[in-house]
Design a protein around this ligand. Structure first.
Ligand code: P61
Length: 463
């Protein structure tokens, strides 16, 4: 399948707007009260108090008219819903995995996979941690080991594939603990916590060869893998004329299965799945899903949700969709970078990440600079973003100390097909204004810390 390169250079949206949702603009006084009541945590704000919501691209994208029409085609039978079979067909066609288990969202699939595959005391290597992924590995008795290349932890490195696995780090782990104690390697496309950074096909091929030799399955976190395919085409030798679909299949064919949060690439508000090629693994997952999610033909979803996901999958692999998606993120990133605002480079696919360490060098990491910056951007302009630094990384289970990760970031995440270029101009202007008065921004003190995934519900006070 050959792709047609379009004659124009703009990333213009391949759709027009049929329905709109009105936004509310708040006053500075209203925002001061709202953020105080939210304990300076953007997760605790009410959405009605937010003007431009860049908290996440998860479940926040706009569905197409076809997807909405698909909702009306929901077959809400308890067992054997037609929509399940539509979804299974789509997964087989685009991802190529034989067996499918729907789940309510990504972490549902991570839970099942971790419970089935990890034995207490095992080690699970991954190309950087993701919060829910690592927690499920740990709850199953495993230990996460970061095997991403060093450049991923450096916001200024311009490495084109910062999501790559460092094969030496992986081999060192396998030599140390033995392949029997490595149940799988967790491989994420467009690594979220690194700034949305892709792995290369070359790296995946090496990984595949290594894992075959040691009999270690590769389990893909497929959440943003179509976006990863875009970067492979753009940056890797030999892929310029391949379609996203072909590249996606090539990725999946080099792996053994996946977990998926369909709330990202797949353009739905809710949904996920586990998929694999091994029948035994599938049977175990099928048995586990009925305990925690629902019957194996719906896994916690309504029939209509599965239909919207199947249609979303077809739209997500469209070239013009991804061109606009990634073009929009770059538009914002280039504006900020041109103004001298420190961001993670290269610009990833789903978000722009402010480098809070460089933005606020006067704030110690244990005074949570990224958390403080996210709160301040809300105060400044009603823009909601997400901390991805010391709060998100949590505490080291052994020492009980904050992990103080190398990356201390604020994520400006773009929902798909939701905001316009003018909204992004407002965002850029607000961040640039804030950067000009950065010395007036101070750190925060944590006053409440939940046990799990603390960043969701932690509370803070200004120092
Ligand atoms: C996000 F603050 N991501 O980026 P679920 N894998 C990957 C994800 O990005 C992901 C999941 C698995 C979210 C939502 C979120 O610390 C947080 O469907 C690469 O959300 O269960 C989710 O998929 C989990 C935000 C999750 C967070 C955890 O905004």
């Amino acid at each position: 399948m050959e792709i047609q390169h379009t004659p124009h250079h703009s990333w213009a949206e391949p759709y027009k707007i049929k329905m709109v949702e009105l936004l509310r603009v708040t006053t500075r006084e209203e925002r001061e009260q709202a953020i105080r009541e939210a304990g300076y945590n953007t997760f605790l704000l009410r959405s009605r108090d937010v003007y431009i919501d860049l908290l996440t691209d998860s479940g926040t994208s706009a569905m197409s008219d076809r997807q909405w029409a698909g909702l009306m085609m929901g077959d809400e039978a308890y067992a054997g819903s037609d929509n399940f079979y539509h979804l299974q067909d789509a997964v087989r066609e685009y991802y190529g995995y034989k067996y499918l288990i729907p789940t309510h969202q990504g972490r549902g699939a991570e839970h099942l996979m971790s419970r089935i595959m990890i034995k207490p005391g095992d080690f699970v290597p991954g190309n950087m941690y993701f919060t829910t992924t690592r927690l499920h590995q740990e709850l199953a008795g495993g230990n996460f080991v970061d095997v991403i290349i060093d450049q991923a932890h450096d916001p200024d490195s311009r490495h084109p594939f910062k999501g790559n696995v460092d094969m030496e780090k992986l081999d060192r782990l396998v030599q140390k603990v033995g392949a029997d104690h490595v149940p799988y390697i967790s491989l994420e496309g467009n690594v979220n916590m690194a700034g949305g950074q892709p792995f290369s096909m070359k790296n995946l091929r090496e990984l595949h060869e290594y894992c075959r030799k040691h009999d270690i399955p590769i389990m893909l976190d497929a959440t943003r893998t179509i976006e990863n395919a875009w970067f492979i085409r753009e940056r890797e030798e030999g892929y310029r004329d391949k379609s996203l679909r072909v590249i996606l299949r090539e990725i999946c064919d080099l792996t053994d299965g996946c977990t998926m949060s369909a709330k990202k690439d797949l353009l739905v508000n809710i949904g996920g799945f586990f998929a694999c090629n091994d029948k035994e693994l599938f049977i175990k997952a099928q048995n586990m899903v009925v305990v925690y999610e629902g019957l194996h033909t719906y896994g916690g979803l309504a029939g209509r949700d599965m239909e919207a996901m199947a249609i979303g999958m077809r739209e997500a692999v469209m070239e013009e969709h991804q061109s606009a998606r990634i073009g929009q993120v770059r538009y914002l990133g280039n504006k900020l970078r041109d103004a001298g605002v420190p961001i993670v480079n290269p610009i990833g696919s789903h978000a722009i990440f402010l480098n809070a360490r460089e933005f606020l060098p006067h704030v110690d990491q244990d005074d949570y600079p990224a958390q403080a910056l996210a709160a301040e951007l809300y105060l400044e302009a009603g823009i909601r973003t997400m901390e991805r630094g010391n709060v998100s990384a949590g505490r080291d289970p052994e020492t009980g100390q904050n992990r103080r990760p190398a990356l201390e970031l604020v994520r400006l995440t773009l929902p798909r097909r939701v905001y316009t270029q003018a909204h992004l101009d407002v965002v850029a202007e607000s961040v640039i204004d804030l950067y000009a008065r950065r010395e007036s921004i101070h750190g925060l003190k944590m006053t409440y810390e939940p046990e799990y995934l603390r960043f969701f519900q932690a509370r803070f006070e200004p120092l």
